[in-house]
Design a protein around this ligand. Structure first.
Ligand code: IPM
Ligand code: MG
Length: 356
């Protein structure tokens, strides 16, 4: 078993180091190899996803990814920006199924900006399609408009599109995931306005015929955004497209207390996966040793479960995270009065100790 370790930029290097620390003490049979990605790779090699990094990722069973991006790269041409590394990995490895579980740990109920009774016991799973939609649809670009409201004016455009097989495979992933949970799927669309999402809704409904034991509900994305803060516990599995999933998963992260707690898994059809925290590189706090490593550590647990077939080790990590929270240890993003503030590496050390 081989793990490609891609820490990236900003807090990426700090939080991935903690996850690696945790993996190393588990004493499992796998090899880890690191490479540069994102802005760090651009600085060293002139490209955010160098060939060698892509090859390492392709050859690995799983990829542990930190975060990419920094404001200082925002003026580069788009193909050279750090974000292209993660988009390129998703595309090249066909990582179409993105799992973003939003779980509110009992001890963090007070860290959320929402009322405790709304989020206590929250456990929802957002399944985001990750290789299609307006993120990758061609054509896209800039040109002089020949029609529209201002013919002759400069304009920019992107293309939202989904093919039947793309929708079918993510729908199967969602219904199968729901079977292992409370058997309820909410498919989020914008079928009232967009052709792409009327098609999405139709295809999801067709696939649902194969899962009569699972309940399917359709919801428009604007309403879903509202329901997520009004009654989040009414959801179980949410399945949606790439862009809506990007937005709704950030919103859902706040239900858990902090975006620093949210892991994610991105899988292809061979169960090869990329595992990363749902948050970004946070350049404002990079290098200060205050970032929360728990989302990355929990992503490593998902990696053991989904790609490396080590369910027991995954549960050990998750239990250790619960334990450090119960001990009252908190990085600044989840700190509240009466708890103990710790830094990034202290938090990682505490998880290692809690593994027992
Ligand atoms: C995410 C991020 C990425 C996305 C960016 C960094 C390209 O926001 O994983 O949610 O938009 O998918
Ligand atoms: Mg995002």
């Amino acid at each position: 078993m081989k793990i490609a370790v891609l820490p990236g930029d900003g807090i990426g290097t700090e939080i991935v180091a903690e996850a690696v620390k945790v993996l190393e003490v588990l004493d499992l049979q796998f090899e880890m190899e690191s490479a540069l990605v994102g802005g760090a790779a651009f600085d060293a090699h002139g490209h955010p996803l160098p060939d060698a990094t892509l090859q390492l990722a392709k050859d690995a069973d799983a990829i542990l990814f930190g975060a990419v991006g920094d404001w200082k790269y925002d003026t580069l041409d788009r193909p050279l920006r750090p974000e292209q590394a993660i988009l390129g990995l998703r595309k090249n490895l066909g990582l179409f199924a993105n799992f973003r579980p939003a779980i509110c740990y009992e001890q963090l109920v007070g860290s959320s900006s929402l009322k405790p009774e709304l989020i206590a016991g929250l456990d929802i799973l957002i399944i985001r399609e990750l290789t299609g939609d307006i993120y990758f649809g061609q054509p896209r670009g800039r040109r002089m408009a020949t029609d529209g409201h201002f013919p002759g004016a400069e304009e920019a455009f992107d293309t939202m599109r989904y093919s039947r097989p793309e929708i079918e495979r993510i729908a199967h992933v969602a219904f199968q995931a729901a079977r292992k949970r409370s058997k309820k799927v909410t498919s989020v669309d914008k079928a009232n306005v967009l052709e792409t999402f009327q098609f999405w809704k139709d295809v999801v409904t067709e696939v649902h015929a194969q899962y009569p034991d699972v309940e399917l509900q359709h919801m428009y994305v604007d309403n879903a955004a509202m329901q997520l803060v009004k009654a989040p516990k009414a959801f179980d599995v949410i399945v949606t497209g790439n862009m809506f999933g990007d937005i709704l998963s950030d919103e859902a992260s706040m239900l858990t207390g902090s975006i620093g707690m949210l892991p994610s898994a991105s899988l292809n059809s061979k169960n090869q996966g990329l595992y990363e925290p749902s948050h970004g590189s946070a350049p404002d706090i990079a290098g200060k040793g205050v970032a929360n490593p728990l989302a990355t550590i929990l992503s490593a647990a998902m990696m053991l479960r989904f790609s490396l077939n080590q369910e027991e080790a995954a549960q050990r990590i998750e239990a250790a995270v619960q334990k450090v929270l119960a001990q009252g240890l908190r990085t600044p993003d989840i700190y509240s009065a009466g708890t103990t503030k710790v830094g990034t590496s202290e938090m990682g050390d505490a998880v290692v100790r809690a593994l027992g």
